[in-house]
Design a protein around this ligand. Structure first.
Ligand SMILES: [Ca+2]
Length: 384
């Protein structure tokens, strides 16, 4: 298993490095120019409200024309325009199963979006007795989704309305990584390979399974599985410089984690955890076990991490290369500095807002965008 896993990550990392320079060269020149401006401008971050009145917004995606798409957990997909706020409701969004934590989660533009209009959605689907995390592909045409095609459903179904995962990222080869949750009542399943509870899965953009997934040749294993032993991961991002894939996940009471993913590896849940059960009882006596990967960092007590960005923009040169983690319970964003794949420092930002932060994204304009988690949710842009 380890050999296959090692080879896969080498290929992916190499692909990321090969793809990176074109972007990095442009961004680098731009960054250098703007860095001088920003450094001379300097000053504290300035927070602007870009849109308000969003009902439990979950995810932002940036359109090539400068607008944004924002999902709402209840099933809304809204077009937001800087300076104007919400300007349109996108029609044709598939019906979602909206209950408790279930609903519409991520929207992600395909790397070919500008030509094809293709995007991906993740959402809860089904009924109280049998629901799943679903991934679908669609095309955006004149503020409506067309050609909606289901690519993936978690399996088997579950009868809880919580712990869906639901974050997605597109790897340099065009395949999709998707986080799934443990469904809360099914946590032991996160250690088994015959189901998709508590995993990341990797699929192609047409829903088929890549030949180089780590368990495609394992009898009885779901071939979509990329990593396992997760609880409820809601942050997933590719490092724009190194190609490393970072994931964070909610722990139980304490034990939230930041992990760096490598295909085929076991991230421990629920055998290893730094958290306690909500009752205060121990879930496991182990914080580490052979064959189970340790987190880069764990947060105890819980901050409830719920979105993540890698920053490579020009507005904040001092933030380049850092991770940003949105936190619901801590009502903050954590800025995380990394060196050689290790966390070297953390800074707690934007606590003054007093808001649960559901998502954080690095905008193409170099600003950092936040979503506040409430019935009157807002899109905030952090610039200077
Ligand atoms: Ca873990």
């Amino acid at each position: 298993m380890a050999r296959v896993a090692d080879r896969s990550v080498a290929v992916l990392t190499l692909a990321a490095l090969v793809c990176a320079p074109a972007f990095a060269a442009d961004a680098g020149a731009e960054a250098a120019a703007s860095a001088n401006e920003a450094a001379s401008a300097g000053g504290a971050p300035v927070i602007e409200t870009v849109a308000e009145g969003l009902r439990f917004p979950w995810c932002i995606a940036f359109l090539p024309d400068g607008d944004m798409l924002v999902t709402e957990r209840g099933g809304g997909l809204r077009r937001v325009r800087p300076g104007s706020g919400v300007v349109a409701d996108i029609a044709g969004v598939p019906a979602v199963y909206e209950r408790s934590q279930g609903g519409l989660f991520d929207v992600m533009l395909d790397r070919d979006f500008e030509r094809s209009g293709t995007l991906f959605l993740s959402y809860a689907h089904g009924t109280p007795d049998a629901n799943v995390l679903r991934v679908a592909r669609a095309r955006l045409v004149d503020d409506a989704l067309t050609d909606v095609t289901v690519l993936f459903d978690t399996a088997p179904t579950k009868d809880t309305p919580v712990h869906y995962g639901g974050r997605m990222v597109q790897l340099p080869d065009g395949s999709l990584l998707v986080t799934t949750g443990d469904g809360f009542d099914y946590r032991e399943q996160a250690q088994r390979l015959d189901n998709t509870f508590g995993k990341t899965v990797r699929i192609r953009d047409d829903g088929t399974v890549p030949d180089d997934n780590p368990f495609v040749d394992r009898d009885g294993a779901r071939p979509e599985i990329w990593t396992y032993g997760h609880r409820n991961p809601q942050g997933l991002v590719v490092d724009g410089r190194t190609g490393l894939v970072y994931l964070h996940e909610h722990g139980p009471r304490g034990g939230d984690e930041l992990n760096v993913l490598e295909p085929g590896l076991n991230y421990g849940w629920p055998v290893t955890t730094f958290g306690l059960d909500y009752s205060g009882a121990k879930i496991s006596p182990f914080t580490e076990r052979p064959g189970m990967r340790q987190p880069l960092v764990h947060w105890t007590p819980s901050i409830a991490p719920a979105g993540m960005a890698w920053y490579g923009g020009a507005v904040f040169p001092e933030w380049q290369g850092d991770l940003f983690v949105a936190a619901l319970v801590e009502k903050s964003v954590r800025r995380i500095e990394l060196r050689d794949g290790r966390v070297t420092s953390q800074e707690v930002l934007f606590e003054d807002l007093g808001e649960r932060i559901r998502d954080v994204r690095a905008g193409p304009d170099g600003r950092l965008y936040l979503l506040t988690d409430s019935e009157q949710g807002r899109v905030l842009a952090v610039g200077r």
